[in-house]
Each structure stands twice: as C-alpha cells, then as structure tokens.
Design a protein around this ligand. Structure first.
Ligand code: SF4
Length: 215
C-alpha cells in the first residue's frame, strides 16, 4: 500500500512492536474496515471500533486500545485540517513545519516526527530544502553510541540532538540510519564489537555510561 495516509498510520503504529508489524498495519486495517477513507473512519467509526478491529485475532498491535484512539484521532485531524490527505501535511512546507505538524498528532513524538522527515525525503522523494532542521532520531541504539563515544555527556533529547547538529550541521537527521544500524549490529548493549567498529578511532569507549540505559 503506497499511500500518504498509510504512511502516517504506519508512523503512529511504530511503537512497542516490530517495524514490519507497524508498517503493515494500515494495509491490514484497511482490509478489516473494507476501505481506507479518512472521512469514513472519522465520521462512521469510533476509536473503540478501531481498537476492536486492531484487537481481533490475529491482533494487529500490542496496544490496540491506545492505538485505536491515536489512529481514529489522526483520521479526524486529517479530515478537518488536511482535506483527508496526509500529503497536505508535508507539501510545500519546511522541515520545521512538518515536524511541528506531525507532533500535533497523538502518538507522534519528536523522535518519530524527525524520522518521518528523513523517510519522506529519502524514500518518498519529498522535497525538503531546510535539511538542517531534520534532527537525528532520539533512539536507544543511537543514544548508546553517542554516550559511549563521548559525543554527548547526558542522555537527554536536547544533548543527543545538539551533538548530532554539531557532527553534521547541514543534515543531522542523515546520521539516523547509519548510527541506528551501527548501534543495533556493532555497538550492542552488551559485548560491543569494537574491533569491527568503523568509528573506533573517534570513540572514547565509555561503556560504563550506558549500564542503565533504557529504551
Ligand atoms: S568503538 Fe565500541 S563502544 Fe565505541 S561505538 Fe564502536 S562498538 Fe561502540
């Protein structure tokens, strides 16, 4: 399903479940609904009904109640503010505005809004002129590397975001994918593979900094 509304629903669903589960949810929900019209969801369904559809076995999400509320309210906001089409959120506006608009949706944090900007530019070909305003995603794999390497001192959204802006000021969000992959595959929570790590020459290897790091 290649549809801007499906992208928005997948983004909202991408929480506490595998990425494949989240991003296939719009397609499976549309099958259960018999349509994927934002207007119909907003006017003819309720958050409880969406939650029930998500909960029906095999369940489409780990938290169907919350997700039902988030997705129904997204359909409602899309209908009332964006003519029922998520593409109107990101057409002809700056990255800063896209992030601000996305953060207004329930279930979309700054991390997810920043990631969405990157995906819109990288995978969906959306024109974004102010890439300097696309921040790195505040993800646990990325935070682990930044703390261990010494790129930042504290594990806060502000510290990690500012560190990425210093590292790649023209496009901090561009660092999301490579650092996420590095954190997941090499700089693992335990027994990091420092011998295979491409940033080892720049890393302070402060493993003690991430002993209590939580997702
Ligand atoms: S050198 Fe080791 S601690 Fe530093 S980022 Fe690479 S894997 Fe992580």
């Amino acid at each position: 399903m290649r549809d801007s509304n499906a992208f928005l629903f997948g983004l909202i669903a991408d929480q506490s479940v595998k990425a494949e589960t989240a991003w296939s949810l719009p397609y499976k929900l549309a099958q259960r609904l018999g349509h994927f019209s934002m207007q119909k969801i907003a006017k003819e369904s309720s958050s409880e009904e969406i939650g029930t559809l998500l909960r029906t076995k095999p369940a489409l999400h780990r938290y169907p109640g919350n997700m039902g509320r988030y997705l129904w309210s997204a359909a409602e906001r899309l209908t009332s503010e964006y003519d029922g089409c998520a593409e109107n959120i990101w057409s002809n506006v700056t990255a800063m505005e896209i992030v601000e608009r996305l953060e207004a949706f329930s279930g979309i944090s700054h991390k997810k809004a920043s990631l969405a900007c990157l995906l819109l530019w990288r995978d969906l070909g959306v024109e974004i002129s102010d890439k300097e305003n696309i921040d790195i995603a505040y993800d646990v794999h990325i935070r682990r590397i930044f703390l261990r390497a010494g790129f930042c001192e504290k594990d806060t959204l502000k510290d990690v975001t500012e560190a990425a802006r210093r590292l790649n000021p023209k496009f901090p969000g561009y660092l999301t994918s490579p650092f996420w992959a590095l954190g997941r595959n090499i700089c693992r929570p335990t027994e990091p593979l420092c011998g295979q790590c491409p940033i080892r020459p720049f890393c302070a290897r402060r493993l003690d900094k991430t002993e209590n790091l939580r997702a």
